[in-house]
Structures are given as structure tokens and as C-alpha cells.
Design a protein around this ligand. Structure first.
Ligand code: PHE
Length: 463
């Protein structure tokens, strides 16, 4: 705690102890934010409901072409600003209204946490359910009913969400470096190995080929403008960009870290984990007769069937949900950190109070999502339950708009000279031709492309 409580109100006053101690620590913490329920839960459910391989192709293009440059931009702005999402803009562009982008990010963090904590709650609950025998079945009716009985129970839904919030707040109170670096460093590689093991089982199931062709044989006729926006939103969500999380993490980066190289590793690892999760799930979906477009429940109803059909299934299932909850915690820490860093750094609040206040606010927003399958299932905004509304608006509106504005700010306001100085560590890394390409993408491609996808995807303009 002492690491961060002395940052005070001024910007740029972080001590070196606030920064990640090692290069590996930086990579792992950033990965800890990126890899989470987005890979294990959201990627499969969206790929399943949007037709499979064609969606995957668009998602990969969005990740590399749009996501990667924005991640570099956020890390650079963050390291230069050495503050939270709002103070960084106030520092880099004083007397302008660009800080609103940071404020939008803080709101987005709240809205994402409101439903993310619910899904994390399901994962926590499944760790316990995995110890029993009710879940280990290859029958869709059985696994679906286990899931339904959990989410339609308002008390269980709320309690699990609170457990999640308490665990995350407790870790945050232990301080950035210890809390984030320590856990993710050890656990992410194990999660990746486990996904490979599950994937091997899944692709050796009867009819697995059907699942693999669903995932890897694109049929672009299924793609609409709304699908492209969903793929773009997923790319932003997956990389934790467009809302200040990577900007806040950038502020903890040491001066000698190579930002473009680090971001490339994060993007590659994040994509790999998503695809591994897809390989683990889709063959089983087709093998056991699940519905690929089952929606948010896809992971929870399908994955137990893979475990039910492998040796030591119960052991692997416990391990899987346990590791997934750790991955979710890493992502949630970065979301809470966006708000806490703002309250500590900008509003001068004590770190402990800021964390507790943030968690309490998230519990309030979150309860509406937690009750979306039970008491509040009939309450809708624009035809969506609170859960779906939070999910849709954050990924399909907040993050793309935030990313677009971040790109415009970096390329048109901050400018090449500062971007180049930061991405080359004041000229000590020779990467000028590469960063020039990244800068041009941020300047021209990102704003135009994201604007078109947003307008068409939201049906504002018909292409
Ligand atoms: N990237 C995280 C995941 O995939 C979610 C996240 C989004 C985290 C935005 C921080 C900011 O689970």
C-alpha cells in the first residue's frame, strides 16, 4: 500500500517503487489485464453466435490492424503522463477537453465491471460445483440445467458477485506490483498448457472435425456490418484498450521498457489463448450436440462435457475453473485500477478508501446485471437486459469510440515527435520505420476505419 499512497495530488510524482520491477513483470501484468474472461468466455460465445471462422478472421484483422497500434499509443501516453486516465490527458494537453476521453474510460470501467463480476461469479461458483458430480456430464440437458439453476437464483447470483468484488479489492489493497505481478507470472502459462490439454481431448472427440471447420473455414456470407462491429469491439475488449486501462498500466512502465515489442508479445499471447479456448470448445459443441449460438452460457454448458469425457476429468475441471478465475481476477484488477488510480491520483483520495468506494459503486451497478436472469429479467433497456446492455454498450460503443479518440489524440494532438521519442525510448531503440507505420495507421487508418465500422454497425449509416 505504501507504494501508491504517496503519489499525492500532483501528476508525475510516482516513485520508482510504483513501477514494475522487471521486464517480465510488465509483460505479465499487461497480459494479466488482457487475458481473462474475454478469451475463455466472451471470445467463444461471440464466435459461436456470429457464425464462426469468418468472425474469427475479422477479429484477428481488427486485433492486429486496429488494436495493436492503440495499445502502443496507450502505453506511450501512459508512461509519458505517469498518471491516471484523466490526469494524463490534463498533463499532455492542458487546457483542453481531452480529459473527457479519460472520464469516459472510467465510466466504461464501471459498466464493464458491472457484468464482468457476474460472469466471474459464475466461474467462482463453478470451482465449487466442480467438486461435486452433478456437472460432469456430456448431456446438454444436464449441464444446461446446472447453469440455469445458478443464474436464475437471485441470491446466489448476488452473493457470488460480492465474493468476486471482495477478493479483487483485497488483492488491490495489497499494492500493484505484488498483487498483479506475483499471481499472473505463475498462473498464465499453466492456464495455456491446460487449454492445450483440453484442446487435444476436444479435437479427438467423435465429429470434432465439424467444430474445427466451424472455427477455421470462413463463410463470409454470414457477415453483416453489426458482426464487424462486434468483432472490433471484441478486439478492443480483449486487449483492454479504448478505456484507459492500458494507459494506466503504461504509467507504471519503467523508462527502459520497449513498448512496441512488449505490446506485440501481449497481442500474440492474447490471440493464442483465445484461439486455444476456441479449439477446446467448438469440437465439443458439435460432438455432443450443443448449440454454437447458445450465447453467454456457451462456455459453462459445453466445457464440462469435455471434462466428462476425459481421464481425471474432475481434477482438470477444478483446475480449469480455478485458473480461469485467476485470469478473470487479473483483468478485473486492471479495471478497478482505472478508477482507483483516478481517485488517488487526481482526487487525492486515500488508496484504501478509493478501492472500497469503487468496489461499492461496482456492486450497485453490478447488482442490476446479477439479477438480469432472475428478478430483473423482464426489465430491459433498448430491448436488452441490464447484463446484455452493459456488455453491448461497453464493447460496441464505449471502447471503439474511446479507441478512436485515443488514436486521434496520439497522432493529431500529441504528434510524431513525442510519439517517436516515447516509443524509441528517446532514440535508444532503433525502430523508427516501424513506429512510423504504426503512427500513420493511428493517424489515418484507425479513425476512418473505426468510424465507418461504428456508423454502419450501429445502423446509423447504411452501406
Ligand atoms: N481484456 C479483459 C479480458 O479479456 C477485459 C478487460 C477489458 C480488462 C477492458 C480491462 C479493460 O477479460
Amino acid at each position: 500500500m505504501k507504494d501508491n499512497s504517496n503519489t499525492g495530488k500532483q501528476e508525475g510524482t510516482r516513485t520508482t517503487s510504483d513501477r514494475f520491477s522487471t521486464g517480465l513483470g510488465v509483460l505479465m501484468a499487461t497480459l494479466g489485464s488482457a487475458v481473462g474472461l474475454g478469451n475463455i468466455w466472451k471470445f467463444p460465445y461471440l464466435t459461436g453466435s456470429n457464425g464462426g471462422a469468418a468472425f474469427l478472421v475479422i477479429y484477428i484483422i481488427c486485433t492486429i490492424l486496429v488494436g495493436y497500434p492503440i495499445m502502443i499509443a496507450e502505453h506511450s501516453l501512459g508512461r509519458k503522463g505517469r498518471g491516471d486516465a484523466v490526469s494524463t490527458f490534463k498533463k499532455l494537453a492542458p487546457k483542453s477537453v481531452w480529459w473527457i476521453v479519460g472520464a469516459m474510460g472510467i465510466l466504461a470501467a464501471f459498466l464493464i465491471m458491472a457484468y464482468y463480476t457476474e460472469v466471474a461469479g459464475w466461474v467462482f461458483a463453478y470451482v465449487f460445483k466442480s467438486f461435486g458430480s452433478g456437472l460432469l456430464s456430456t448431456d446438454p440437458a444436464v449441464t444446461t440445467s446446472v447453469f440455469t439453476s445458478l443464474v436464475t437464483n437471485p441470491v446466489q447470483s448476488l452473493v457470488w458477485q460480492w465474493v468476486v468484488l471482495i477478493v479483487v479489492s483485497a488483492i488491490i489493497l495489497m499494492g500493484v506490483t505484488k498483487g498483479i505481478e506475483g499471481t499472473t507470472k505463475k498462473l498464465l502459462p499453466i492456464l495455456a498448457i491446460l487449454l492445450v490439454i483440453i484442446g487435444i481431448r476436444s479435437i479427438t472427440l467423435p465429429n470434432a472435425a465439424q467444430g474445427l471447420s466451424f472455427l477455421f473455414k470462413p463463410d463470409f456470407s454470414k457477415i453483416t456490418a453489426a458482426t464487424v462491429l462486434t468483432a472490433l469491439g471484441l478486439a478492443f475488449f480483449k486487449l483492454s484498450i479504448g478505456m484507459g486501462a492500458m494507459l494506466t498500466y503504461g504509467s507504471y512502465y519503467g523508462d527502459s521498457q520497449n513498448i512496441p515489442a512488449n505490446a506485440a508479445r501481449v497481442v500474440a499471447a492474447d490471440l493464442t489463448v483465445s484461439i486455444l479456448a476456441g479449439i477446446a470448445i467448438f469440437p465439443a459443441v458439435f460432438s455432443f450436440g450443443f448449440e454454437p449460438a447458445a450465447g453467454t452460457q456457451l462456455l459453462f454448458i459445453t466445457i464440462p462435457s469435455v471434462f466428462a469425457s476425459m481421464p481425471f476429468g474432475k481434477f482438470f475441471m477444478i483446475l480449469f475453473f480455478l485458473l480461469t478465475s485467476f485470469a478473470a481476477i487479473g483483468a478485473m484488477i486492471s479495471l478497478v485500477e482505472v478508477v482507483v488510480a483516478f481517485l488517488v491520483n487526481y482526487a487525492g483520495m486515500d488508496r484504501k478508501k478509493a478501492t472500497l468506494l469503487t468496489a461499492a459503486g461496482m456492486a450497485v451497478f453490478g447488482s442490476l446485471a446479477a439479477l438480469s436472469n432472475s428478478s430483473l429479467s423482464a426489465v430491459t433497456i433498448f430491448g436488452k437486459t441490464f447484463f446484455d446492455f452493459y456488455d453491448f454498450t461497453t464493447s460496441n460503443i464505449f471502447l471503439p469510440v474511446g479507441g478512436l479518440l485515443l488514436a486521434v489524440f496520439t497522432a493529431w494532438i500529441w504528434g510524431w515527435n513525442k510519439f517517436h521519442a516515447t516509443t524509441s525510448n528517446e532514440g535508444t531503440i532503433t525502430n523508427v520505420s516501424f513506429t512510423r507505420i504504426i503512427f500513420s495507421i493511428l493517424k489515418y487508418v484507425t479513425p476512418i476505419l473505426v468510424a465507418i465500422i461504428l456508423l454502419a454497425g450501429l445502423n446509423i449509416v447504411h452501406l
